[in-house]
Design a protein around this ligand. Structure first.
Ligand SMILES: Nc1ncnc2c1ncn2[C@@H]1O[C@H](COP(=O)(O)OP(=O)(O)OP(=O)(O)O)[C@@H](O)[C@H]1O
Ligand SMILES: [Mg+2]
Length: 253
């Protein structure tokens, strides 16, 4: 199953969620591929890859130089694999303009590797560009991280509209898995208000495993580690573990 983590709003916890959800799913025995299609390559460096030195990346999918299975790197668990990104990927947006099949390049490339994994988790850039569109068209389901902050809900309707257009025109089977609330601060009334607003207005599942604001989650990527490796007992680690369990329970029901 391919899950794309998307929100065109920057810094809402997409990468933190993609990295750590994928890590806990792998630790629970699922075969997981973390696929980074953000030119910022934060998910790739977040699992310890030295992005500047990599010779292959998801860019080679979009430039059609390599098959996806040739781009897979080992990670910290045998059940966890990574296709990293690269700053070159920024150029793919322009290179794809003339490609008539441009929204389907990733989808087509993943067909052959899809069955080797229980889950492919795709981390998208903070935009609704052609890379994100490829992420959406490839997906079976979309996971939307929403930061528990004032302007959190702003932009959500244009995201839902885009997903709707993809469903109508490009990928009818695409489903919204739901939303995960990130950076929740229980001492902050604003966080509670955002959660209430989400429950009132968001017409899809909201995972009960809300991710708290936790500094250990910010520190882990600077060591190239997932929270599972860096501090699994932290509030952030436990929250992502709960999210992974809830995710599996929901999808296996
Ligand atoms: N639960 C959390 N608690 C504390 N800090 C967090 C949490 N989640 C994410 N962060 C931090 O917030 C910043 C943005 O998170 P992240 O990179 O995951 O967001 P993003 O949506 O992927 O950003 P971008 O849109 O740039 O790709 C990072 O510095 C990250 O470490
Ligand atoms: Mg990111």
């Amino acid at each position: 199953m391919i899950i794309t983590v998307v929100n065109q709003k920057g810094g809402v916890g997409k990468t933190t969620t993609a990295v750590n959800l994928s890590a806990y799913l792998a630790a629970m025995g699922k075969f997981v591929l973390l696929l980074d299609i953000d030119p910022q390559a934060n998910a790739s460096s977040g699992v310890g890859l030295n992005v500047a030195e990599l010779e292959k990346s998801s860019y080679n999918i979009f430039s059609k130089e390599h098959r996806a299975d040739e781009l897979i790197f080992d990670s910290f668990l045998t059940t966890h694999k990574v296709i990293p990104s690269s700053p070159h990927l920024a150029g793919a947006t322009v290179e794809l303009i003339k490609d008539e099949n441009r929204e389907f390049v990733l989808n087509d490339a993943l067909l052959e590797v899809k069955n080797h994994f229980d889950y492919i988790i795709i981390d998208c850039p903070p935009s609704l560009d052609i890379l994100t569109l490829n992420g959406l068209v490839s997906a079976d389901k979309v996971l939307i991280p929403v930061q528990a902050e004032y302007y959190a809900l702003e932009g959500l309707s244009s995201l839902l509209h885009t997903i709707n257009l993809v469903q109508e025109n490009l990928k009818p089977s695409l489903e919204i898995l739901g939303s995960v609330i990130t950076m929740y601060d229980k001492r902050n009334t604003l966080s509670k208000e955002v959660l209430n607003e989400m429950y009132k207005n968001f017409p899809f599942r909201i995972f009960r495993s809300v991710i708290p604001r936790n500094v250990r989650l910010t520190e882990a990527p600077s060591f190239g580690k997932t929270i599972l490796q860096y501090d699994p007992k932290s509030k952030g680690g436990k929250a992502y573990e709960r999210l992974a369990k809830e995710f599996l329970a929901y999808l296996n029901q």
